[in-house]
Design a binder for this molecule. Structure first.
Ligand code: IPM
Ligand code: MN
Length: 344
């Protein structure tokens, strides 16, 4: 029997290039993974008009995890692939933990003058299935001077509690054991109240974890002025979307940022993907940095119960980054070969 069955959705642009390297590393560190490729993304949409046929969704559901490269191209109208593919996977597969670690790796530099490599190691646990992303709301009198548009944020006790529990569980496995709740409870009193009350209850069950609360505007500022202060941040879907871009930017850029859209109980497959996009401007040149895809593969290994292999992959990345000279051009396949060798 295969050690794991993985669906590979390489996608568009540099997605195919970086995923090939992530697979190299996976095969090196955990021989016996069975993978099946699925052709989804802008290229397929432009050819056939299909985004995610139900039959493909059902096949994906049969896998332990999905490794995704990047989806999108300027030729596809905004929203089509985002809602039809990426968000559909998150919702259909109940991927309620959107995990986004940010580390300032030795060998990389932050745009922040006062932050040194090794000082930032935070992880954002972003809610992935509720909030403003559910698509509730509507438009009246469209295109007229009287147009009214609403966008509603859905927050359930069940959804809020399970993601906060996950954040505390993760904090308990980390050195600093601290969880910061980020919301906007001073203005968004309905949803904010639910988040704050639930957080307080779960915090009381974890006396070994220290906690703090910040409004999202303050957290955005502190992420830029003092990112060192964070350990685990838990927040809703949209706040998490924004905060994780800031966190990536202050830790060497989106090119290094990995993510997992996780269904922790493993009833459905989780998706692991670099935060960066398909970068059509550099696609096909063999110069995309595969590190974010490889780090996403490390999250995949951890999720599937192979923490030792996951650690070897992230240590390989640490070695690779520490050895890079500033401004040195990256060759995708060479980096992948090195990382595979180091992870073995
Ligand atoms: C992300 C992206 C997505 C999001 C988009 C593409 C739907 O920005 O994964 O952060 O908003 O979640
Ligand atoms: Mn985003």
């Amino acid at each position: 029997m295969a050690v794991a069955r993985i669906a590979v959705v390489a996608g568009d642009g540099i997605g195919t290039e970086v995923v090939a390297e992530a697979r190299k590393v996976l095969d090196a560190v955990l021989p016996g993974i069975e993978s099946t490729e699925y052709d989804l993304g802008a290229t397929r949409y432009n050819r056939t008009g299909e985004v995610l046929p139900d039959s493909v969704r059902d096949e994906l559901a049969q896998h332990d995890a999905i490794l995704l490269g990047a989806i999108g191209d300027p030729s596809v109208p905004p929203g089509v692939l985002e809602r039809g593919l990426l968000l559909r996977l998150r919702f259909d597969f109940d991927q309620y933990v959107n995990l986004r670690p940010s580390r300032l790796w030795p060998g990389t530099t932050s745009p922040l003058a006062n932050v040194k490599p090794g000082e930032v190691d935070l992880t954002v646990v972003r809610e992935g299935t509720e909030g403003l992303y559910v698509g509730a709301g509507g438009v009246l009198h469209r295109g007229t001077a009287a147009e009214i548009a609403t966008e509603e944020s859905l927050n359930t006790r069940h959804g809020v509690e399970r993601v906060i529990r996950d954040a505390f569980d993760r904090a308990e496995r980390r050195e600093r054991r601290k969880v910061t709740l980020v919301h906007k409870t001073n203005v968004l009193t309905h949803a904010g109240g639910l988040w704050a009350r639930t957080f307080a209850e779960i915090a009381a069950e974890h006396p070994d974890v220290s906690t703090e609360y910040q409004h999202v505007d303050a957290a955005s500022m502190f992420l830029v002025t003092q990112p060192q202060r964070y350990d685990v941040i838990v927040t809703d879907n949209l706040f998490g979307d924004i905060l994780t871009d800031i966190a990536a930017a202050v830790t060497g850029g989106i090119g290094l940022a990995a993510s997992g859209s996780i269904n922790p109980d493993r009833r459905f497959p989780s998706t692991f993907e670099p935060v960066h996009g398909s970068a059509p401007d550099i696609a096909g040149k063999g110069i995309a940095d595969p590190v974010a895809a490889v780090l996403s593969a490390s999250l995949l290994l951890d999720h599937l119960g192979h923490p030792e292999q996951a650690r070897r992959v992230s240590e390989a990345v640490a070695t690779e980054l520490a050895g890079r000279k500033p401004g040195q051009p990256v060759r995708t396949a060479e980096v992948g070969d090195r990382l595979a060798g180091l992870s073995r």
